[in-house]
Design a protein around this ligand. Structure first.
Ligand code: UDP
Ligand code: MG
Length: 318
């Protein structure tokens, strides 16, 4: 298919301690770009590696690849700001020159062979194209099920997000520019992108195992990410708390009646067990409530400071 006005395509890859995968990743992505340039599907292509404060040889490797490979650009962040913020840095820089930008993880667990398909959807007029996993065979039992639980929870809390879609997606320049207007620091891109609202579609692929290195998302980071996802988008936990309070007050009316009745009918020295039980129960609920409220106050605290998302140390442009 001949395309009249082929686009410039950027691929943003956040990297945290990814020295083991960079060569292979560059190789695979360059092949795809090569092919697409040859067939005239794109005018040019660039790979933007965003080094997210890695402690290993990731940045020197990116600099080396920048010398060797015509597609590779590099962005070195001055410190580790996390996957989502690193992604934002890359998207912002890439969208200054590219017509459309695809974000993908460095480990290429997401199939690069659907990149041409994403670009075709762009030509058909879609400005946001989600990469969606067909199955999660290759993920561990644990990861698969915690992820499923998380999607269900998000849905029940009313957060729009695409099931089985991570951060593998194509966005048009316009969509990215709009994304940049979301000034929040507690970034959960999967929840924000559906709010942008341009024409949207999905492409499907099988997700692979990481071909080298370890996951940079251990359980602790995963949990933090999930908590961020919920509390950045939904105030339902607070409402639930309110509801719980109402229920407690209703119950206490019931108890009041019970106390009055027992006062007039018999001696009220006994009752230690029910007392101690309710002290613990109510105390626990208060603590849970404080935790939830604290989570939101923590968010306000972070947003109010309005700190910059990242700091770019150096850019290797083409
Ligand atoms: N990553 C990052 N900063 C971090 C943690 C991760 O830029 O603090 C990058 C990492 O290099 C990779 C992507 O985020 O490109 C996803 O990480 P990973 O593949 O380890 O996550 P998983 O697939 O296990 O969820
Ligand atoms: Mg991965």
């Amino acid at each position: 298919m001949a395309i009249k006005d082929p686009i410039q395509l950027g691929i943003v890859v956040p990297c945290y301690n990814e020295e083991e995968v960079l060569f292979e990743t560059t190789d695979r992505l360059s092949k795809v770009l090569n092919r697409m340039i040859e067939t005239g599907e794109i005018k040019s292509g660039h790979i933007y590696y965003v080094n997210d404060g890695s402690k290993d040889q990731t940045w020197p490797l990116i600099a080396q690849l920048h010398q060797q490979n015509q597609y590779v650009c590099g962005v070195n962040l001055a410190g580790n700001v996390g996957h989502q913020n690193a992604l934002m840095a890359g998207l912002q820089i890439a969208s200054e020159v590219e017509d459309a930008v695809i974000s993908i993880d460095a480990d290429l667990q997401d199939d690069v062979e659907v990149i041409p398909e994403m670009v075709h959807k762009y030509y058909e007029g879609c400005e946001i194209v989600y990469g969606v996993r067909k199955e999660r065979k290759t993920d561990t039992f644990f990861k698969r099920n915690t992820a499923l639980l998380f999607y269900k929870l998000m849905k029940s809390l009313g957060v729009k997000s695409v099931y089985n879609h991570a951060d593998y997606r194509l966005m048009s320049r316009r969509a990215i520019h709009h994304l940049m207007k979301y000034r929040e620091r507690n970034l959960f891109l999967r929840g924000i992108v559906p709010l942008i609202g341009y024409q949207t579609t999905s492409v499907y692929y099988d997700r692979d195992k990481r071909f080298a290195g370890e996951s940079k998302y251990p359980l602790k980071k995963m949990l933090n990410f999930a908590i961020d996802g919920v509390t950045s988008f939904s105030i339902k936990p607070v409402r639930l708390l309110f509801l719980l309070g109402i229920i407690f007050i209703l119950i206490s009316f019931g108890i009041l009646i019970y106390v009055l009745v027992s006062y007039f009918t018999h001696n009220v020295v006994s009752g230690w067990s029910s007392l101690i039980l309710s002290i613990w129960f109510v105390g626990g609920c208060i603590l849970v409530g404080l935790g939830v409220v604290g989570e939101y106050i923590g968010k306000i605290y972070i947003e109010v400071k309005d700190r910059p998302r990242y700091n770019i140390e150096k850019i290797l442009q083409r």
